[in-house]
Ligand binder design. Structure first.
Ligand SMILES: [Zn+2]
Length: 414
């Protein structure tokens, strides 16, 4: 019952997995080769010990990535050609009629739960062994598990209604179901962005108004200069889970909030925080956020169209090792395998993102002090043990941000 599509799928999986492994090995080799000396332009700011810690951390993460790649490929093969999906579909068929929404929902949720359970040991290892060893983990096992339960509940409350609507459209809305599903998805993503900062994020973190008067005054002044309106400036207790620092915006329109991690506020000088914020403001002012949303909608439009075509082809199911050709099975198969095909678009997305980062840096250089941004970047690289010497090809393929050396070189001429 396997067919030509089986060959296409296996080829995509093999090439994607081989590319992932090859890039990880290149990254490990490159970072190790440059472990011995801090690159010249950082020699004053970053001690050798910190540089070597960053190299070891990067190598440890790349090794985890290798295990993850292999594990994912095995799970994907077991689910599809290995017959696990068909076995689950038959199992649920004893309780629910095969074409029913119940059968479809049970099938999809049970696969998600199964994948979650299989991925758990590696995630525990990542948090409590790797992050712990390098001093970044602040999570207790108790917090890890309460987080997991909360994520599951939030995922169920927000995800199951959407799943039901899409499954229903697939069965009842005719050949253009995918177009209606896309409209639902776009509307739902806007709704999520509206409720996320006010409803979901407070479930996981505490947000308090920025209390440091010196920093608050600087930020107010920056907001005035750039003509940016927001619904307040908050500090988030990111240190509860990790000592990695960050700054971001949530929400959109007039409901935007600016959020600074407490780890960032405590480590950077006010002028440096101001420069980092100016960079984040740049992403908003230069429409990167809107462009990113438009891109993801265009992407989901193309994917749903593809699913609309594939769901009607018997070879799509048979080629992936299943005979139960229901709407839910089509959706599930598509979600499981699509990443092996879209993986090859990753370098384009990274390129788009890095271009935006340079533009935001240029914006920050206009409205704040570029050398303060450069200082802040060096501190963040140091504190996060981010490598200063990534493999150029690995970086070009995956990295959303340009390498530190290239960003700082541009900031110096700004
Ligand atoms: Zn940025």
């Amino acid at each position: 019952m396997l067919n030509a599509f089986t060959g296409v799928f296996l080829a995509a999986l093999a090439v994607a997995a081989a590319t992932r492994l090859w890039l990880s090995l290149r990254q490990i080799r490159h970072v190790r080769a440059h472990r011995g000396a801090v690159p010249g332009m950082f020699a004053e700011a970053i001690p050798l010990a910190a540089h070597q810690k960053a190299a070891d951390y990067t190598v440890a993460k790349a090794r985890l990535g290798i295990i993850d790649t292999v594990l994912d490929a095995i799970i994907l093969l077991a689910l599809t050609l290995g017959g696990a999906l068909q076995w689950l579909a038959d199992l649920w068929a004893r309780a629910f009629a095969v074409e029913s929404l119940w059968h479809g929902t049970a099938l999809i949720l049970s696969v998600f739960v199964l994948k979650g359970i299989l991925g758990l040991p590696l995630d525990l290892y990542r948090v409590f062994v790797v992050e712990e060893r390098f001093g970044f983990n602040r999570m207790t096992p108790r917090l890890y598990f309460t987080d997991m339960v909360k994520h599951l509940l939030v995922g169920a409350v927000l995800g199951i209604p959407l799943l039901l609507v899409i499954l229903w459209l697939m069965q009842a809305a005719g050949t253009l179901w995918w177009l209606y599903a896309w409209a639902v998805l776009v509307a739902y993503s806007l709704f999520l962005q509206m409720i996320y900062p006010a409803v979901v994020m407070p479930l996981f973190n505490k947000f308090s108004p920025l209390s440091d008067p010196v920093l608050a005054a600087r930020v107010e002044e920056l907001l005035r200069r750039t003509g940016f309106r927001s619904r307040g400036l908050y500090v988030m207790d990111g240190s509860k889970r990790s000592s990695h620092g960050n700054a971001f915006f949530t929400g959109f329109g007039a409901a935007k909030r600016i959020v600074l991690f407490d780890t960032l506020v405590s480590r950077l000088q006010p002028a440096e925080v101001e420069a980092v914020l100016a960079h984040e403001l740049g992403h908003y002012k230069l429409h990167h956020v809107v462009k990113g949303m438009a891109l993801s909608w265009a992407f989901s439009f193309a994917l749903l169209f593809a699913l609309g075509v594939l769901a009607a082809q018997p070879w799509f199911y048979l080629g992936l090792g299943v005979t139960t050709a229901t709407a839910a099975m089509a959706l599930l198969l598509f979600m499981l395998v699509v990443g092996e095909f879209t993986f090859f678009l990753q370098p384009l997305l990274s390129l788009f993102s890095r271009k935006n980062e340079y533009e935001a840096d240029r914006y920050a250089a206009q409205y704040a002090n570029p050398s303060e941004l450069a200082h802040a970047l060096v501190k963040l690289y140091h504190d996060n043990s981010a490598t200063l010497t990534p493999d150029p090809l690995h970086s070009a393929y995956y990295d959303s941000h340009p390498p530190a050396a290239m960003r700082i070189a541009r900031l110096r001429t700004a």
